[in-house]
Design a protein around this ligand. Structure first.
Ligand SMILES: Cc1ncc(COP(=O)(O)O)c(C=O)c1O
Length: 427
């Protein structure tokens, strides 16, 4: 069967090559360089195709910096920019000649990537992931000696939620429904307000979710998105890539990087006076790179501001588990909005969460979600359409997202290890 298909594919390619018209050449291309060899001479044909594709009719490369999407040229992404490239070059130099530099190692602190700096994964999470990925282990008696009973139980529960228990299959474009429901239950337990799995879009980390929302909201450079400065550069990059306008608002260092509503109002008015339609407000809470945790009262004012100004609130809440002071507490913007009596009908609000941050720091697993509330059904359908272009996010990331929103409970056996930190032991 496989051979039959391969033969058929080969014949189809040969037929299309036979039918291919020779590229038009307004300036006389050297006849010998592009004269079409016989299809019966495969290597000559391949060389011909390579030359034809690498050289346009005018003899210039068909793709150059002048002809690619200017938005790609324009956007910058400092966390992966020149300094990182320089560090990578130095690393290669160190590898080739360890004595060449006055240090023997480079630690990459350009982005929060704790496992690359030696943080060990949480055992429970990895046990569950490995069992889900290799369910045959669940039938082996040795598994009970190697894995915690909680992890085994959770793996069973998760596999029951995945159609056909197939972690190698595409899922629903928003992610596996049972996992979304579990995440919604975790959000409801955190906030004390209802959450629905239908509002969850599982993504390969928060970054693609942010891109999706920018794609949805930005129609032209006349559409602006309010973003904090200092900011995490995902926002400026994504806005530039989607052709919108970055409208900055400044966090106030004097007040511990506070977010003042007067400042938001000033920047919105200024942008509007330049003909920009401000569509959304990005708030990173807890902040990156500033680390501030917004007070509840402040959050209420921000919600009120979005409501009054007709803005979508894009709440980047990926650092919700990274609070290192006793007197501060994370409150999701959805919880704040609901506590003010605002419902789905009052305020479009998107909350981003990620498996990359928190105590888990599983950046490489590429998991996360956005909770989308307050949009009309017809707009929701369009968000679904955008999500479905990616088919689905990766299934390990989906499972991990459900685990971080529903970690082991105190009553179960691995919790002691989990709390003592032993659970961080290498696996
Ligand atoms: C504030 C903020 N948002 C989003 C992200 C992207 O995270 P992810 O790995 O989930 O794409 C980061 C990464 O550092 C971040 O700092």
């Amino acid at each position: 069967m496989r051979r039959f298909l391969t033969d058929r594919a080969r014949r189809a390619v040969a037929a299309s090559l036979r039918g291919a018209t020779r590229p038009a050449a307004p300036s006389p291309a050297p006849a010998a360089a592009l004269s079409r060899p016989s299809p019966s001479a495969p290597s000559a044909m391949a060389a011909y195709m390579a030359r034809a594709m690498s050289t346009s009719a005018a003899g210039t490369p068909p793709v150059s910096l002048d002809t690619i999407n200017p938005k790609v040229l324009e956007f910058k992404y400092a966390v992966r920019g020149e300094i990182v490239t320089h560090a990578q070059n130095l690393e290669q130099e160190l590898h080739k000649n360890p004595e060449s530099l006055p240090f023997d190692e480079i630690l990459y602190c350009n982005i929060g990537n704790p496992h690359s700096l030696g943080q060990q994964p949480v055992t429970f999470f990895r046990e569950v992931l490995s069992l889900c990925d290799h369910p045959a282990l669940l039938d082996k008696s040795e598994t009970h000696a190697l894995y915690s009973s909680d992890a085994i139980e959770r793996a069973w529960q998760i596999l029951e939620k995945i159609p056909g228990r197939a972690t190698g299959a595409y899922s629903h474009s928003q992610g596996v429904k049972g996992l979304r429901d579990e995440i919604a239950a975790g959000i409801a337990a955190r906030d004390g307000f209802h959450a629905s799995g239908d509002n969850i879009f599982l993504t390969d980390g928060a970054s693609p979710a942010v891109h999706m929302m920018m794609q949805l909201l930005i129609r032209s450079e006349k559409d602006g998105i309010l973003c904090p400065l200092p900011q995490y550069p995902l926002y400026s990059a994504s806005i530039a890539l989607h052709g919108g306008s970055f409208v900055p608002y400044f966090l106030d260092e004097e007040t511990g990087w506070g977010l003042e509503v007067d400042e938001l109002k000033k920047q919105v008015d200024e942008a509007r006076s330049k003909g920009i339609t401000v569509r959304a407000l990005v708030v990173i809470n807890p902040g990156n790179p500033t680390g501030q945790v917004l007070a509840e009262e402040n959050q209420k004012k921000i919600v009120e501001f979005c409501k009054n100004e007709g803005l979508v609130l894009l709440a980047d809440e990926v650092y919700q588990e990274n609070i290192y002071v006793e007197d501060k507490q994370f409150h999701s913007f959805k919880k704040i909005a609901r506590s003010m009596g605002y419902t789905d009908d009052d305020l479009p609000l998107v909350s981003f969460q990620s498996v990359s941050k928190g105590y888990y720091g599983e950046c490489g697993k590429r998991g996360g979600y956005m909770e989308v509330t307050g949009f009309n059904a017809d707009v929701r359908e369009q968000i679904y359409k955008v999500a479905s272009v990616n088919l689905c996010s990766n299934i390990s990331g989906q499972i991990l997202s459900s685990l971080i929103m529903n970690p082991p409970k105190v009553s179960i056996s691995c919790m002691e290890l989990f709390q003592s930190g032993i659970v961080m032991a290498p696996i």
